[in-house]
Ligand binder design. Structure first.
Ligand code: UN1
Length: 506
């Protein structure tokens, strides 16, 4: 079956979703599809003065939105979830076209948006505070949660719309307004998402102008968002290099940062592991999404007693993964996002080889276009955890190392700057418990018998060390978008002071 060009498909979808033509035709930012490398749009960008004004308007919107009862705010997100359900195949397809994800992963990304909307709707009738025992007679002490202000969101190309929704759905039910600076590599999916949000807003009725604002532009626009005093919470997903710039600037003005930066996720395969299950999990986690998830599996520690039973099979299975147009049936590995990403992968492989690595795969796969970058997934057997293994390369490279005792494996596992996600494959209960205990994995996510990627929205998502420490999505991550208020009420006639302090006044 012949597929239409990505540019043609993108235009049809954008029109169907009601994205105004002038937003993606005639602007200065070139949108492209990694499938063929072709141009898919000329997107209008915002200039700095307008970006500042838009954030001011978003703040005005916040002042009105914070007064809307939270369950009513949840209604807006419920409607947005409905729009996403109705547009799932279109938006999923656009994710495929713009980020290069295979069809089920493009659809999965939209499903992740729907799931977090459902979660946020439920949350809008909760946002619980506690009542706390007070030491004073005739007093009550309690905690409540109030909206913060404008929430800024900077998102990456690899989850171009789901990560925005993780943040926006929670921030909006929490009573904030949101301003979004998407990756310059994925502006069309951002425009489509904004159009769907606006459909929901129109159905909702009265909503303050600027409640959800999209700012398409370069790094300068991101910096405006980071530095604007009205942006009280900023969630940024991207490289550790980006986080190192953003974090201190936010700290300087005491804004709250939610940073989701690099990962260098590992798995340990123990002697008792179910090998078939482990093999499938490793293949998806390491090679799925062409290695371009923050949670992608990049390092594998295999016990020496099963190394020969697993690693040759792994290398063989990698050769059978179908590489190509992510829209085609059966494709499991789509393109890298661009040539820079391909160059980064080749540089990492060259360095690994120099350090004694034995590489299987990793070559450029033919694409029929010089501007599209498809690669064979690479398995690299390393003699030890060298410098290149400790760095995150956003590509399908899996470094494999042998271990003989669990303590050493855990020590090596943790001996990298990043701390996002991790896994152990074992049927030994004690090993599994050790891995997720205080002395085990030092990551924000620690799994047993599943890979490190593909997290559900219900749990808090994020990690430690150079991953940035932020948590998004499920559990009580919503608290990051709210102001905690501690209140003590005296309903008596006396004025007892805390800690028994006396302050007699005549
Ligand atoms: C990311 O790669 O930025 O766990 C987010 C996963 C996804 C989210 C990843 N649910 O793979």
């Amino acid at each position: 079956m012949d597929l239409a060009t990505p540019a043609f498909e993108a235009a049809v979808i954008l029109r169907r979703l009601g994205v105004p033509e002038q937003a993606w035709n005639g602007g200065s930012l070139t949108a492209r599809s990694p499938i063929t490398g072709e141009t898919t749009g000329a997107v209008r960008t915002i200039d700095p003065a307008d970006a500042i004004a838009a954030i001011d308007t978003a703040h005005e919107a916040f002042l009105a939105w914070r007064k809307v009862p939270a369950p009513r705010r949840g209604e807006l997100i419920r409607l947005f979830g409905e729009e996403l359900r109705a547009a799932k195949s279109d938006l999923g397809r656009l994710v495929t076209i713009e980020a290069g994800k295979v069809v089920s992963e493009g659809l999965g990304e939209v499903q992740e948006m729907i799931d977090i909307c459902d979660f946020a709707v439920g949350l809008s009738r909760q946002l619980y505070g506690r009542t706390i025992a007070t030491e004073r007679t005739d007093h009550r002490m309690m905690e409540s949660w109030q909206p913060m202000s404008v929430t800024g969101i900077i998102s990456a190309f690899n989850f171009p719309v789901a990560v925005w929704t993780w943040n926006a759905a929670l921030a909006l039910v929490c009573g904030n307004s949101v301003v979004w600076k998407p990756s310059e590599k994925t502006p069309l999916t951002a425009l489509a998402t904004q159009a769907l949000f606006e459909r929901a807003a129109a159905r909702f009725g009265e909503i303050p102008a600027g409640l959800s604002t999209l700012l398409i532009g370069d790094k300068k626009i991101g910096e405006i968002l980071v530095d604007h005093p009205k942006v009280a919470v900023l969630s940024a997903t991207g490289s550790t290099r980006m986080g190192r710039e953003v974090g201190p600037r936010l700290a300087k003005r005491f804004a709250r940062a939610i940073l989701e930066l690099g990962g260098n996720n590992a798995a340990i395969v123990a002697p008792s592991a179910k090998l078939d299950l482990a093999l499938r999990a490793i293949l998806f986690a390491a090679m799925g999404t062409a290695g371009q998830r923050c949670t992608t599996l990049r390092r594998l520690f295999v016990h020496d007693s099963i190394y020969d039973a697993l690693v040759p099979r792994l290398k063989q299975a990698c050769k059978t993964l179908k590489i190509g147009d992510p829209r085609a049936a059966g494709t499991l590995i789509g393109p890298l996002i661009d040539g820079g990403s391909y160059a980064g992968m080749q540089a990492a492989l060259a360095e690994a080889e120099k350090a004694g690595g034995a590489i299987s795969g990793g070559k450029r796969a033919s694409a029929g276009s010089d501007d599209a970058f498809y690669v064979e997934p690479a398995v690299v057997e390393m003699p030890s955890q060298t410098d290149i293994v400790k760095r995150e390369t956003f590509a399908p490279i899996l470094y494999v190392m042998k271990y003989s005792d669990l303590d050493t494996a855990i020590r090596l596992h943790n001996d990298v700057p990043q701390g996002l996600s991790s896994s152990i494959f074992t049927t030994d209960l004690a090993e599994a418990e050790i891995f997720v205990s205080a002395v085990g994995s030092d990551c924000g996510i620690a799994n047993v018998n599943i890979g490190p990627s593909g997290a559900e929205i219900g749990g808090a998502f994020g990690g430690e060390k150079e991953t940035g420490g932020g948590r998004e999505s499920g559990s009580d991550s919503w608290k990051a978008y709210m102001r905690r208020v501690t209140t003590t009420v005296n309903y008596g006639n006396d004025l007892p002071l805390a800690q028994g302090v006396e302050f007699p006044v005549q």
